[in-house]
Design a protein around this ligand. Structure first.
Ligand code: NDP
Length: 474
């Protein structure tokens, strides 16, 4: 596939290409044009011209919404194609990939409806006249996306950015550029003006860095590693670009003895091992009250061992390969660290005899929260089960990590549910479920998990500037 610059397919200026691999087999899946610095310049020129000419921003919000609704329709019409592409490129089980495509189309649907519901304000100022607050598009947005949910995360950024009237330049992860390129084509087909859509696969260290440091970029929406987010803040600071960051996590699932802990033990394995644990919201620390700890570990292990690990296109598969052998090695190294630290590996962590990047889901028991495996984001299929003594201990453990993205609390005690969910410092928290993400509700992190919020109407605020206009009546 080629780059998409100003809505048009183009080879890279230097004709460079790179191979995209299929993690389930290690085989080459496609070759893709590799953007270089001249391509960044061309995409930003196209975006700037389109934005300055007002070809999208000056259309009515209702009209923009109609175009975005067509995007959702086109995504559904091409749903199976997108799902298979995502399953093969990112290694997602096909059933998950189908759900992700539907959720991605649903994101466009939501922001299609939101476009003409972003209201301004009238401020009761003291001066005689009328004071209004307008929300205006921020300008050219660089949207930088990781490999773990390539299509969905692209849509979480592109849909609100476009709904608000901005021009977007999308930088997909080098490992998984295929669905973003296809989405770019569908955006143009639906009627988003060409100049407002560019998709640039290529190395983050060069073209990602060039994008975030370019004064023509007004807003950066980034999802990825915390240290990359910190680098982006530094690089973009010179231009005072607006930045929102969705970064790493080390989320806790807190299970009290009074809860339906058998249900928690049945549901929580997929809250860690879905997408082979490569999920910023993964409940990688399962914090369980001592009276039920041993029984919980036994039940959790039984459910983990029942997870069907297999080929992404097999409908029975619940967990596919990891994104690459290198990413798998990170988990294997952490399992060794866990052993040195004195944790017990109850199950998993095996590498099947297969060319794909598979690793069986691993359960570590007897983990203390100060261990590295409980403090650092592994981003792989490794669950740490940690015992706690009482409510205060549970809150202390849940909060004692540098991250603050997500989490869950299982209890039947309403008062406790309220106290604990208020005390845990994360941007997202679920009670008696592990589901973290709802298109209509804000999503993002406290502490080193990020800056700003995606989804819901909150995202629209990040893709707009606030303008105050005063009309004198004197
Ligand atoms: P990275 O931070 O390495 O990469 C994310 C994106 O940034 C990629 O497109 C990458 O390009 C690009 N990039 C890399 N370096 C730079 C740079 N200097 N300037 C600009 N862009 C750059 O993360 P991963 O792709 O490895 O994703 C895994 C990480 O993302 C995990 O730590 C995970 O927790 C986090 N994550 C957080 C989520 C959240 O919502 N909070 C959601 C998903 C993941 P390239 O691919 O070419 O390197």
């Amino acid at each position: 596939m080629d780059l998409l610059i100003g809505g048009r397919a183009r080879a890279a200026a230097d004709s460079a290409r790179f191979a995209v691999r299929e993690p389930a087999t290690g085989a080459e899946l496609a070759t893709v044009a590799r953007a270089g610095l001249p391509d960044v310049d061309a995409a930003l020129r196209a975006a700037t011209e389109a934005f300055d000419a007002g070809v999208w921003a000056n259309r009515s919000a209702t009209e923009r919404g109609r175009v975005l609704l067509r995007v959702a329709t086109l995504m559904r019409e091409h749903g199976e194609e997108l799902a298979v592409l995502e399953a093969r490129n990112a290694g997602h089980p096909i059933a998950d990939a189908r759900w992700e495509v539907e959720a991605a189309a649903g994101t466009f649907e939501y922001y299609a409806g939101a476009a003409n519901k972003l209201f301004g304000e009238v401020v009761p100022v003291q001066d005689p006249g009328l004071d209004v607050v307008l929300r205006e598009p921020v300008g050219v947005c660089a949207l930088i996306v990781p490999w773990n949910f390539p299509l969905l995360i692209t849509c979480w950024k592109a849909a609100p950015a476009l709904a608000c009237g901005n021009a977007v330049v999308i930088k997909p992860a080098s490992l998984t550029p295929l669905t973003a390129l296809r989405l770019g084509e569908l955006l143009v087909e639906a009627g988003v003006p060409e100049g407002c859509v560019s998709v640039l696969p290529g190395p983050g260290a060069t073209i990602g860095d060039a994008l975030v440091g370019d004064p023509r970029v007004h807003k950066i929406g980034f999802t990825g590693e915390t240290k990359t987010g910190a680098a982006i803040l530094r690089t973009s600071s010179e231009n005072i670009a607006r930045v929102s960051l969705e970064l790493g996590g080390k989320s806790a699932c807190v299970v009290f003895a009074d809860a339906d802990w058998q249900r928690a033990a049945a549901e929580t394995p997929m809250a860690v091992f879905a997408n082979a644990g490569q999920d910023c919201c993964a409940r990688s620390r399962i914090v369980v009250e001592r009276p039920v700890y041993d029984d919980f570990v036994a039940a959790f292990t039984r459910h983990t061992e029942a997870i069907h690990v297999g080929a992404p296109l097999d409908a029975a598969t619940e967990m596919g390969p990891m994104i690459s052998p290198a990413q798998r090695q990170v988990s294997i190294d952490y399992l060794e660290v866990a052993e040195t630290e004195g944790a017990e590996r109850v199950t998993g962590g095996e590498v099947p005899d297969d060319p794909g990047a598979f690793l069986t889901p691993a359960v570590l028991a007897g983990v203390r929260n100060e261990m590295r495996v409980a403090q650092e984001e592994i981003f792989g299929p490794v669950a740490c089960v940690i015992p706690f003594d009482d409510e205060a201990d549970a809150i202390r453990i849940a909060n004692d990590v540098p991250y603050g993205l997500s989490g869950s609390v299982f209890t039947r005690d309403l008062g406790r549910a309220i106290r604990v969910s208020r005390a845990i410092r994360t941007g997202v928290l679920s009670v008696n479920t592990n589901r973290s993400v709802r298109t209509e509700a804000p999503f993002g992190g406290y502490k080193r998990s990020g800056l700003g919020r995606e989804l819901g109407m909150h995202a629209m605020h990040h893709y707009t500037e606030v303008k105050n206009v005063f009309f004198s009546s004197e």
